[in-house]
Design a protein around this ligand. Structure first.
Ligand code: FES
Length: 409
């Protein structure tokens, strides 16, 4: 650690004042703190003073900061002399802080120090051309790339007397330099690149006896892709069947939707295919949503399709009042309704639904109309009881979670 003393009187300027831009900046810094706590801005102001005064803090700047912050000059002096980030002596255009702590010392910092003394002179002196000055400092936290030096705001690491001498020459003559390791390695890697964790067996699971997990995942992905393709084909077939009203009328609703109905193992999936059966007059019979989610043994107890058509609760559809745009350009966040994600919210906006109070005011037939048009999510509005949710939300109540409040069934 170097001695922390103010520069001798003959180099001290007679006065110091922030320029207009820095004065404004200082006022804004001070305003960040509560009244009576302006002294908290002392370090930023000292830093700005150092920046304005060619990289060092003269006595006059310490006094100016004290006046600005209504502090005793000695308090500001204590701070300026305590923190080594403040230079109390003039520095060169390229200010070199050479680490002299143990790891750097063991790796040759002493030889780098000798280069500094030869090329620049004693520490805390500036070369005649004003280009270079140096100071020995404590560990700068780059020990794994020792020896190293910080030059202005950059680290230069893996120094040798040769590459450091060349570096100083480049700086002095304004040639570009490359911060970081000077021996060609990347960051703190070994020279020539990584030397460990190169065995491919480390990554295929054999070391921990996980077998061929990559093949297992590939199989799972393939099976999922096949299932998705089969489901898409079934849905396409169901849609084609629906496109022929006569054919639809001839079939019970449950049968028409059978192809798109999730398997019992997919009970958590949207079960709306059965609700998408248009009648010839444009109104649709909507069967109970929960039917398709029943397990196989329960299905066996279900009445025959013909009987089901006779007994299934059917809700006529009615188009609700829709809007061409959100009122005052301020739509409600429909994703606060449990079960409504960004995709469904966009779909609802596309239909003309923008506000909670619109949904809250729907009757069962209007809910059914919307439900039948939630492509890919049919039945969701009924299943998640959007009307009750929207009624609560339209009062201004908000759920704890951004996903909404799961309705209790
Ligand atoms: S000892 Fe030099 S950077 Fe840590």
């Amino acid at each position: 650690m170097s001695v922390r003393r103010l520069a001798p009187d003959h180099v001290q300027p007679g006065s110091f004042a922030f320029d207009a831009a820095n004065e404004n900046w200082a006022d804004r810094e001070i305003a960040k703190y509560p009244a009576g706590r302006q002294a908290s801005a002392v370090i930023p102001l000292l830093w700005k003073a150092q920046e304005q005064h060619d990289g060092w803090v003269p006595r006059a700047a310490i006094e100016a900061v004290a006046r600005k912050l209504d502090m005793a000059p000695m308090r500001v002096m204590e701070i300026a002399t305590f923190y080594t980030m403040f230079n109390l002596q003039p520095v060169g255009e390229h200010f070199i802080q050479l680490c002299g702590t143990t790891p750097c010392a063991l790796r040759g910092a002493e030889a780098i120090r000798k280069v500094c003394e030869e090329v620049i002179g004693p520490q805390s002196t500036v070369t005649a051309d004003g280009k270079l000055s140096w100071l020995e400092v404590e560990c700068l936290g780059a020990c794994c790339n020792a020896p190293m030096a910080q030059i202005n705001f950059d680290y230069y690491e893996d120094l040798t007397p040769e590459n450091f001498r060349a570096l100083l020459d480049d700086l002095r003559h304004g040639r570009p330099t490359k911060p970081g390791p000077q021996n060609g390695r990347s960051c703190s890697e070994p020279l020539g690149g990584g030397q460990t964790l190169k065995d491919a067996a480390l990554y295929d699971g054999t070391v921990i006896g996980a077998g061929d997990w990559q093949a297992r995942i590939a199989d799972q992905r393939k099976a999922a892709a096949e299932a998705a393709a089969a489901k898409a084909a079934a849905e396409a077939a169901a849609k084609a069947a629906e496109a022929t009203p006569a054919a639809v009328e001839a079939k019970p609703a449950t049968e028409t939707a059978a192809a798109g109905r999730p398997k019992p193992s997919e009970a958590g999936q949207p079960s709306g295919a059965a609700q998408d059966t248009p009648a010839a007059n444009g109104r649709v019979a909507v069967a109970a949503v929960k039917e398709s989610a029943k397990p196989a043994d329960a299905q066996s107890a279900i009445p025959t399709p013909a009987a089901k058509v006779a007994t299934a609760p059917a809700i006529a559809e009615s188009k609700p009042q829709l809007l061409t745009a959100a009122r005052d350009g301020k739509p409600d966040d429909l994703s606060l309704i449990w079960g409504v994600g960004p995709k469904l919210a966009t779909m609802l906006n596309g239909m003309g639904v923008w506000h909670f109070d619109q949904i809250a005011g729907w009757k069962a037939e209007e809910l059914a109309w919307v439900d039948a048009r939630l492509t890919g999510f049919k039945g969701r509005a009924t299943r998640d009881d959007w009307i009750s949710q929207a009624k609560k939300l339209s009062t201004g109540w908000r759920p704890d979670s951004a996903l909404g409040d799961k309705p209790v069934k």
